[in-house]
Design a protein around this ligand. Structure first.
Ligand SMILES: [Fe+2]
Length: 293
C-alpha cells in the first residue's frame, strides 16, 4: 500500500516586512489584503499542528499543491527553504507553485531554488510538467501560476504543458501506474471567473482523452470534489482547504486528505481519509470515502 498525504495553500506566516521597493506593482494590493484580512486566517500554529498530525500517519509521500508564499517576497521563499525539510526527505515531498508563488515575474525561479529536488522530476529537470515515480504511483506535477494584474488570481497551463500532459498520461498508463495529477487551480470550480483556470476546458479535454486516476488541487481553500469525464469512467478531482486556516476565520478550517492506494492496473483500490482541525484545535478524521474499490 502507498499512502499519499495531500495538503495545499499553507501561505506561510507571518509575512516578512517588505521594503518600499519590494512593494512596487501588484505586491501593494496583496500586502494590504494580507494586513486587512489574510493575516487573521493563516495561523502558523495551525499549520504546525497539521504537519505534526501528518507525521503521525504512516505516510509514504506528501504532496503540496502550491501557495506557500503570499506576495512572493524573496524572504518568503527563504522561509520556505527552511520550512520544507521539516516535512521529511526531499525524495518524499513533492511541491508545485500556486498563483501566490508566481505573484510577480521572476518569482518562480526563486521558488525553484528554495524547493530544490522537491520541485523537480526524477530526470532532475525543473520544467513542468515533471514526473516522480514512487512505487506504482506516478506523480505528474503541473504549473498553473502566471503573473496576473492586481486582484486577478487566474491560472493557465498553456498549450505546451497540456500537450505534454496528454503524452505523459498515455505513457504512464501503458506502464500500468496509478496516475496522480498535481495542480494548483481546480480543473472545475464554482469560484468567480477571475480566480479560475482559464484553460480548464482544455485540461478537462486532455483528461477525457487520456484519463488519470486522481487529480489533486488547492486554490479555492475549501474541501471540494468534482468528477471529470475519463475515457473509461469518472476521474475524481479533489481539493483541500488551506493548511493554515484557523477555525472559524474562513469557510473551511485547515485540513488535508490521505490517500491509501493499492492494487494494480485495472484493479486499483483507493481510500480517502479527510482530517481537519476543529474548534477545540484538535485534528480528527472528518470523513472517509472509497474512491476506487
Ligand atoms: Fe491560496
Amino acid at each position: 500500500m502507498f499512502t499519499l498525504a495531500h495538503l495545499s495553500d499553507p501561505h506561510l506566516a507571518p509575512l516578512p516586512t517588505p521594503t518600499r521597493r519590494e512593494l512596487a506593482g501588484k505586491r501593494v494590493t496583496g500586502y494590504f489584503n494580507w494586513q486587512r484580512k489574510r493575516r487573521f486566517v493563516h495561523d502558523p500554529a495551525v499549520l504546525w499542528r497539521l504537519i505534526s498530525d501528518v507525521r503521525t500517519t504512516a505516510t509514504d509521500h506528501i504532496a503540496i499543491t502550491g501557495d506557500f508564499a503570499n506576495i512572493a517576497l524573496p524572504q518568503e521563499f527563504e522561509n520556505l527553504r527552511k520550512w520544507l525539510p521539516g516535512l521529511g526527505p526531499r525524495y518524499d515531498v513533492t511541491v508545485i507553485p500556486g498563483n501566490h508563488d508566481v505573484y510577480v515575474r521572476g518569482a518562480l525561479e526563486v521558488m525553484q531554488e528554495a524547493c530544490s529536488d522537491s520541485m523537480r522530476g526524477d530526470d532532475d529537470k525543473a520544467t513542468f510538467p515533471f514526473v516522480r515515480l514512487r512505487g506504482n504511483v506516478a506523480l505528474i506535477a503541473l504549473n498553473t501560476g502566471v503573473p496576473t494584474p492586481p486582484l486577478i488570481a487566474t491560472g493557465r497551463l498553456g498549450e505546451t504543458q497540456l500537450t505534454q500532459l496528454g503524452s505523459l498520461l498515455s505513457a504512464l498508463k501503458a506502464e500500468g501506474l496509478f496516475r496522480v495529477v498535481l495542480i494548483h487551480h481546480p480543473p472545475e470550480s464554482e469560484a468567480p471567473r477571475h480566480k479560475r483556470l482559464t484553460d480548464a476546458a482544455a485540461l478537462r479535454a486532455v483528461i477525457a482523452e487520456h484519463g488519470a486516476e486522481l487529480i489533486l488541487h488547492g486554490h479555492d481553500h475549501i474541501n471540494q470534489m468534482h468528477w471529470l469525464h475519463g475515457p473509461s469512467g469518472r476521474v475524481p478531482a479533489i481539493g483541500v482547504p488551506s493548511a493554515s486556516a484557523a477555525f472559524g476565520t474562513t469557510r473551511d478550517a485547515a485540513g488535508y486528505n490521505l490517500y491509501r492506494i493499492e492494487g494494480e492496473r485495472g484493479a486499483w483500490r483507493c481510500e480517502m481519509e479527510s482530517r481537519g482541525i476543529g474548534s477545540d484545535g484538535l485534528i480528527t478524521t472528518t470523513g472517509r470515502l472509497t474512491l476506487m474499490a
